[in-house]
Design a protein around this ligand. Structure first.
Ligand code: PEP
Length: 251
């Protein structure tokens, strides 16, 4: 059966010392009070090599927030999937709406990133989701279906290593959360697309996370929906009490 997962996305927050302190504090809290779901923290590149050995790998997985769409070479400032994997990280967020919007990451670029992540043993946390105008025009299903092309080019074996995250852009960092019903409706639709492409068994085993202003006060209701398998958490992953409050929704 698919896993329940709570994953944090630190974004461009915390300097190295602050990030180390946050990871240590979270690790201590979860070692003392074991989570009933998988927990992942996705950190800026510079934290990865320090944070990975600090946390108990049986309790917390570590991931990057991005990787390059090229293998190696003259791409100043880029960080390859191989480099990410060499830190001990096991996951990478790809297709986050901020990367799509601000860094113009297209379906084709993301297809390359997904392939390179998998080739280097990283599990992609692949984000999809519509902007407000698309939701208002009732186009959310169309939008997520098109975005899934980046992972639907994979073999079934490779696709089974992918975690999907539905993140309505209008809910990210806005304090406006999708209702549990809105989340369930589109998660079920996403799972039906996976079933059409790879079959029912693969679809049933795919974890689909919800992201967008998820917090301790709304996590339980969202995660109670049958097709919501956990959350991708931005702002609330920066404070241990809040992040743990969300993790504890699975208790
Ligand atoms: C995100 O950016 O992945 C996210 C879900 O952010 P927030 O929780 O802050 O809305």
């Amino acid at each position: 059966m698919r896993k329940n997962i709570v994953a944090g996305n630190w974004k461009m927050n915390k300097n190295l010392q602050e990030g180390i302190a946050l990871a240590k504090e979270l690790n201590e809290a979860l070692v003392a009070d074991k989570p009933h779901c998988d927990v992942i923290i996705c950190t800026p590149f510079i934290h990865l090599a320090s944070v990975t050995p600090l946390v108990d790998g049986n309790i917390i997985g570590v991931g990057a927030e991005n990787c390059a769409d090229k293998v190696s070479g003259a791409y100043t400032g880029e960080v390859s999937a191989e480099m990410v994997a060499s830190t001990g990280a096991k996951y990478v967020i790809l297709g986050h709406s901020e990367r799509r919007a601000y860094y113009h990451e297209t379906v084709d670029i993301l297809t390359e990133k997904v392939k390179l992540a998998l080739a280097n043993g990283l599990k992609p946390i692949f984000c999809i989701g519509e902007v407000l105008e698309e939701r208002e025009a009732g186009k959310q299903n169309e939008v997520v279906a098109a975005q899934l092309a980046s992972v639907f080019s994979l073999s079934a074996e490779d696709f089974s290593k992918v975690i999907l995250a539905y993140e309505p852009v209008w809910a990210i960092g806005t304090g406006k959360t999708a209702t549990p019903e809105q989340a369930e409706e589109i998660h079920a639709y996403i799972r039906s697309l996976v079933a059409d492409k790879y079959g029912k068994e693969v679809a049933e085993n795919t974890s689909i996370l919800y992201g967008g202003s998820c917090k301790p006060s709304n996590a339980k209701e969202l995660f109670a929906k049958p097709d919501v398998d956990g959350g991708l958490i931005g702002g609330a992953s920066l404070k241990v009490a809040d992040f743990k409050g969300i993790i504890d929704a699975f208790k």
